[in-house]
Design a protein around this ligand. Structure first.
Ligand SMILES: Cc1cc2nc3c(=O)[nH]c(=O)nc-3n(C[C@H](O)[C@H](O)[C@H](O)COP(=O)(O)OP(=O)(O)OC[C@H]3O[C@@H](n4cnc5c(N)ncnc54)[C@H](O)[C@@H]3O)c2cc1C
Length: 468
């Protein structure tokens, strides 16, 4: 163990070692430095809203709900923050150490406790990595359904806490949609268990406290999630449209005809494809249904002038979909510093009424242009309402360029709110979007604060996140 910082730290480390065994507590500064960050990079924070990131007092790896509970009780006694930590791939700073506390690293809680084929459910500990679960389910003839870029790194608990969404979200929904039941240690050390059933009208749904809760309302320790029989058939197409607008109209027509693909990835094409817009479109399920949907979809796309690209382009897209996460895992620290290659990047992932997407896109491009920011792409994921736009600007040696980028992002998110949309559809709030929570929720943020205050009177559970 590295150097002891204080008597408090020493006492906490000693007590934690008794809860979990000494080898599962660390004060090693190198390790703590790694755990003090997630995948939010410094440059994506508005300079006026950049929290100080500090070394945690220590990290601890519980193996059971009971150990997690004892850790939470200790944190309350000592009034020390807890920062739940899964795969650390969150993009909004939800797992950032903005106050020195105990990082509760869930990755030792990685047991797949039960796979129940007739119930089409799996009960797992929260630190289970999604890919490990997917592999195990594959052996039983099932799939997880949730399939984000970060399948090899994200944990079940982290995915639920951010209500994450993946490539096949059109068919399987978000991670939160798949949760049947949850077990969580609440901020006061009580254990909440909800019944693992798909529907209930016996009171309000307490799972919602934890789904998208980013660790502010407790530590998820176990989840029972819906799993799906492996599809009989899966098809994927790569198509190209003359323009974003034409492709968007085709997608709208698909949904009007109730054709809702499992995979929908649409966006501006790069020069390799002579511009226009690319559309990756996939269906999976029973053979007859897939064939019928595929036929209907392709005939709609054809009517809008889509050009079919070689099957190998669709395969490349599919086979590479988790590569970026593997690169991230090899290169966590480097990602932290932004603009290291002389270019600053940020993005928006917003939800808008489908009728407003094209006008938002046009306005967003104008705003970016006026501020000297490049729109790197614009696109849709899963459904026509879910719009994203990566943005970038060359570093100018001062912090002006980066400021212009962050002010553009802010302006775009204000516009989303003004147009009735939501500022983020998949990555959560963390510290990055916290300043906009009041605008997003109005009085709702006050409701969240009151719930938080009631459950977490000492304010120990992931403080400084989500404007709570
Ligand atoms: C290259 C890249 C690609 C990505 N692609 C996608 C994508 O396709 N779709 C998508 O939705 N997201 C994506 N993300 C974001 C990220 O992978 C997801 O948000 C993921 O769900 C986070 O899981 P995690 O286990 O890494 O969580 P962490 O980053 O460890 O934590 C996320 C939040 O949840 C809290 N938390 C973690 N575990 C628990 C728990 N057990 N109980 C309570 N709170 C907890 C943390 O405190 C934090 O606030 C991507 C990120 C990267 C870097």
């Amino acid at each position: 163990m590295g150097s002891m910082k204080s008597a408090l730290q020493e006492e906490i480390v000693g007590r934690l070692a008794k809860i979990v065994a000494p080898e599962y507590v660390t004060t090693d500064e190198n390790r703590l430095d790694e755990l003090s960050w997630d995948a939010l990079s410094e440059g994506r924070l508005h300079p006026a809203n950049r929290p100080e990131v500090t070394l945690p007092l220590c990290s601890v790896l519980p193996a059971s709900t009971n150990e997690a509970r004892q850790i939470v009780l200790l944190a309350n006694e000592k009034k020390v923050p807890i920062i739940p930590y899964g795969g650390g791939s969150g993009l909004m700073g939800g797992a950032l150490s903005v106050q020195a506390g105990i990082v509760v690293d869930l990755r030792r809680m990685d047991q797949i406790l039960d796979v129940d084929p007739p119930a089409r459910s799996a009960r797992v500990q929260a630190g289970t990595v999604l890919e490990a679960l997917e592999k195990r389910l594959g052996r039983e003839g099932f799939i997880l359904g949730h399939d984000p870029w970060t399948l090899p790194v994200a944990t079940v608990g982290g995915a639920i806490s951010t209500n994450s969404i993946g490539y096949r979200g059109g068919l399987y929904g978000s991670m939160g949609d798949q949760v049947l039941g949850l077990e969580a240690v609440l901020p006061d050390g009580e254990v909440l268990r909800t019944r693992a059933v798909p529907k209930s009208s016996a009171g309000i749904d307490l799972k919602s406290l934890l789904i998208g809760g980013e660790g502010c309302f407790g530590i998820i320790t176990e989840a029972t999630i819906r799993i799906f029989p492996a599809p009989e058939e899966r098809v994927l197409h790569a198509l190209r449209f003359e323009s974003f607008e034409v492709g968007y109209s085709a997608i709208q027509e698909l949904f009007r005809q109730r054709v809702e693909p499992a995979v929908l990835d649409f966006g501006d094409a790069d020069v390799k494809f002579q511009g226009g817009a690319m559309f990756y479109l996939g269906f999976e399920g029973n053979r007859e249904v897939v064939e019928a949907e595929e036929q209907r979809a392709l005939s709609v796309c054809e009517r809008f002038g889509a050009q079919a690209l070689p099957q190998k382009e669709a395969e490349r897209f599919w086979n590479d979909r988790h590569e970026i996460a593997r690169r991230f895992m090899q290169n966590r620290r480097q990602r932290r510093e932004r603009g290291r290659d002389g270019f600053h990047r940020d993005w928006i992932h917003v939800a808008l009424p489908a009728s407003k997407v094209l006008s938002f896109r046009a306005a967003a491009m104008e705003i970016a242009k006026q501020r000297g920011v490049q729109v790197l792409e614009s696109g849709l994921w899963i459904q026509p309402e879910l719009f994203s736009m990566p943005l970038g600007i060359h570093d100018d040696g001062t912090n002006k360029a980066q400021l212009a980028l962050e002010e553009t992002v802010d302006e775009l998110l204000h516009l989303v709110h003004a147009m009735g949309g939501s500022m983020e559809y998949t990555h959560g709030v963390g510290v990055k979007l916290a300043p906009l929570m009041a605008e997003e929720h109005g009085y709702g943020v006050e409701v969240m604060r009151r719930i938080k205050k009631t459950l977490d009177p000492n304010g120990i559970m992931n403080p400084g996140k989500m404007a709570l």
